[in-house]
Design a protein around this ligand. Structure first.
Ligand SMILES: Nc1ncnc2c1ncn2[C@@H]1O[C@H](COP(=O)(O)OP(=O)(O)OP(=O)(O)O)[C@@H](O)[C@H]1O
Ligand SMILES: [Mg+2]
Length: 391
């Protein structure tokens, strides 16, 4: 057993949103120092990190500065200057996951092609349009109905469109098409993978979406799948992460179809919204697990300790400084854990926080989460109120 001075390691995080914030909190607990990089100096993780650099993720200088402050660079967002990251890697900086993984994942076509080559099951997909094309669905390589996906830059359902008719207007930009899958439910499996080859998959989490906004609103653990389907989800997720060679936490979004097949939708090579409930519901939370994995430390148990429901706290109708109602009533509920991200301003639909309700059984958690959703609100106030509690 060797002695090591603290901090145990310095982790540089590209991006400083809520995922960065929760990584910083987990790091602090483990005696690990953090440095975050973000162009917006109001980013929520800035006050939780040990060090913060105001700079763009696509600015080589800013990334070099982050590398100088870190033993390992990791990400809360996969969009960054991968050329500079590859240079840094070549000159000995540990970049985890690697620049190659980021390059593959952020292009939905390359990602799909890499998974297909490795034999990982997914929807049938074909390349469609180039940047600047004005193709119509009649020219697409699949007949409607199909799903159009922009190759780059989509998130929270932006960049994905279901084309049902030949005269539907497609999204502009380079894209692929996928068969429209008959989805019975959407789940995510978090996979933790270390540089030395340890691999663990969490039990699947069921994701529910707002059909209008296409944003994930609730996550449930356990996912309520038959045990053989749940096991299949974990196996397919590990295969997908191995195929891409990602390390750290990687979230694998899966479709379970009406006829019981498990298909990979896409990967996120970082902690993920679907894993927030692991903080309270699992033996090891995803943020701690990500740090363990990128530092090649022993992975923690992925066992579920409590059933849980996670609800995203989205900004209400108006924009402005955040105000909450139902706060005391929410905290009176048993095992309701509130996480606010300290984002300003609150905007309609913006992810401002989340709450996780745990219980011995999922039904209990669902019931209490329903009450929590009905009574708790976060809204923006246009007047900048400076009473206590606001800033
Ligand atoms: N081939 C498909 N068939 C049917 N529905 C699909 C298909 N692909 C995507 N969808 C639906 O569209 C949603 C968004 O797709 P996808 O996850 O690829 O986009 P995204 O913008 O990266 O989303 P997010 O950032 O929320 O993960 C999926 O969760 C699913 O509900
Ligand atoms: Mg997705």
């Amino acid at each position: 057993m060797s002695e090591k001075r603290l901090p145990y390691a310095r982790v540089g995080i590209v991006g400083a949103g809520q995922l960065g914030l929760m990584l910083c909190d987990a790091a602090r607990r483990l005696g690990i120092a953090t440095c975050v990089l973000d162009a917006d100096s109001d980013s929520p993780a800035f006050v939780r990190a040990d060090e913060a650099i105001v700079g763009d993720r696509f600015d080589p200088q800013a990334l070099r500065k982050l590398a100088a402050a870190s033993d390992v660079i990791t990400f809360e967002i996969e969009h960054a200057d991968t050329e500079t990251l590859a240079d840094l890697q070549a000159s000995g900086t540990a970049v985890r996951p690697s620049a190659t993984v980021l390059d593959t994942v952020r292009d939905k076509w390359r990602q799909r092609a890499a998974l297909e080559r490795a034999g990982v099951p997914g929807p049938n997909a074909l390349l469609w349009s180039e940047e600047g094309d004005d193709s119509s669905p009649a020219d697409a390589p699949l007949d409607p109905p199909f799903v159009q996906k922009l190759r780059f830059g989509g998130y929270d359902g932006r960049g994905v469109k279901i084309i049902r008719l030949e005269d539907d207007k497609p999204l502009p930009g380079a894209s692929l098409v996928e068969e429209l899958v008959d989805i019975r439910c959407e789940v995510a499996v978090l996979v933790a993978r270390t540089p030395s080859g340890q691999e663990l998959a969490y039990p699947p989490v069921r994701m529910e979406f707002d059909p209008e906004a296409n944003i994930c609103t609730r996550c449930l653990l356990p996912a309520g799948l038959k045990s053989d389907v749940a096991e299949r989800c974990r196996t397919v997720a590990i295969e997908a992460v191995r195929a891409l060679g990602a390390v750290g936490i990687c979230a694998v979004e899966l479709f379970v179809t009406g006829d019981g097949r498990v298909l990979v939708n896409e990967l996120a090579p970082r902690p993920h919204n679907s894993g927030h409930l692991t903080i309270e519901a699992s033996a090891t939370g995803q943020f701690e697990q990500h740090l363990r994995a990128i530092l090649d430390l022993p992975l923690g148990s992925v066992d579920t300790v409590r059933a849980a429901v996670m609800v995203n706290v989205l900004g209400g109708d108006s924009t402005g400084s955040p105000a909450v109602s139902g706060y005391e009533e929410l905290l009176a509920l048993p095992e309701a854990h509130l996480h606010l991200y300290d984002k300003r301003p609150s905007k309609p639909g913006r992810k401002m926080g989340h709450l996780t309700v745990c219980a011995g059984r999922l039904e209990g958690a669902v019931e209490i989460a329903g009450r929590a959703e009905a009574l708790f609100r976060l809204n923006g106030h246009s007047a900048d109120r400076r009473e206590h509690g606001t800033r």
